[in-house]
Design a protein around this ligand. Sequence first.
Ligand code: HEC
Ligand code: HEC
Ligand code: HEC
Length: 412
Amino acid sequence: MIGLGTLAAGGIAALAWALQPAIAPIKTTTHNAQLVSQGQRIVALGDCMVCHSSATGLPYAGGLPLRTPFGTIYSTNITPDPETGIGAWSLEAFRRAVRHGISRDGHLLYPAFPYIHYTRMTDQDIEAAYAYLMSRTPVRYTPPTNELLLPLRFRPSLAFWNLLYLHPGEEPAAAVATDSDRQIARGRYLVDSLGHCASCHTELNPIGGESKTLLGGGSVDGWEAPALTTLVGAKVPWTAKQLENYLRTGLSAEHGAAKGPMRAVTERLSEVPREDVQAIASYIMSVQLPHPAPLQPAIPSQLHTTEGATLFAAACASCHSASAPMSTTGKRPSLALSHSVVGDNPANLIQTMLGGAPWVTQSAVYMPPFADVLTDEQIVSIAQYVRVDIGKRPPWPELSSKVAQARKEIHP
Ligand code: HEC
Ligand code: HEC
Ligand code: HEC
């Protein structure tokens, strides 16, 4: 039981938190070329552009709708336009936003902006990100108004949430004895703070807080973001090298391609120095659970799903059969290796079938969307065929309702 006293103290602390002063606007900033170039790396590692690009693709102008269970939040304009962007923000105001989720005028920001992770950034990285953003082309643009459930339109209510989930402050320095320790510590910093990997790869509770099983798997926009702690339990156990390749190129020859929301993450990681990606991979390998549950094989009577086989031959085999040019000359991995096929959650296979996979840079391969071509029943039969006959795993339960739901939510 929480005592009344604790509750009252919490209430007062939250109230105090909700009342934040505005930070005075500034007129001009100076650019330090070295900081600007460091900032480019920080902003790429932090995926800032992914969320802050406008619907028309203008970098950092904001306006991208982020759908949450509580409604739609639009990202803000973080170009240096003084009226509609952050042109009048001092470094101090920017640092407060990143560390505490507070806007320059004092209003609390929604945690759709992953400040609970960015709060761990070092001062130096925050300063570099600021320098970089302030040197971009100003764009005059005001994003649409948020469409949120009534209680959440009242921003001070976020103070309670912050009390629970925001632990402000830089990542504490880890004790390092060897080069390998140093690499893992760097990787942890990048994963926890800038990479905010947990914001997708950790399950969220009903009020949007991250659960205790860090990196134990989560979901985002109808996609499954698989557990990152059981990668050694995959059909081909992941190695640090394979992980590094996947994160830098969006493809692992032993596992598959980065799809959906992961694609933008790998595109940004392709722009940062290799040592940063190596560090991320070493850290992820260092948090693997010792004995991930083995994958249960399909039993022979489940094999040979005929209807799905026929449809697969017609719609998919031209690219995905072992003899298709995409597999032979394109060297794309077999579907039997993909987590979207052998994992326990059908979400990513359904998403890929409905929405396709965009052009993969430098390899001229692409998967068309099938949402308008196949009925729900056909998608279910193909998916079960891919799962059982190709992936050699038992059929997915309740697949029909999941396909119908995905279509309703994401591809209406
Ligand atoms: C997952 C999406 C996402 C990512 C990634 C992201 N942001 Fe944001 N950011 C948002 C949203 C949404 C808001 C608006 C929140 C609100 O209005 O309460 C926001 C708000 C902000 C604000 C406050 C602007 C204002 O006018 O109050 C700043 C500053 C900011 N982000 C900087 C960054 C930086 C720097 C990065 C990269 C290190 C970054 N953001 C990455 C979604 C994101
Ligand atoms: C025109 C070629 C093409 C066709 C037709 C096609 N795909 Fe794909 N598919 C791709 C490409 C390209 C990717 C991205 C992965 C890659 O680049 O290797 C992909 C990815 C996938 C993945 C994810 C694999 C991974 O890497 O994790 C699945 C599952 C999948 N396709 C299933 C299907 C099914 C089922 C059909 C038939 C309904 C189909 N595809 C039809 C080209 C195709
Ligand atoms: C915006 C949400 C998001 C963020 C942030 C994100 N991921 Fe992902 N990630 C996903 C989704 C969704 C998938 C599944 C899609 C797929 O496999 O193609 C995925 C897939 C992966 C996979 C493949 C897993 C498997 O079993 O096939 C790895 C590895 C991975 N992510 C690592 C990372 C790391 C490391 C970070 C931080 C640097 C990160 N992700 C940040 C959403 C995200």
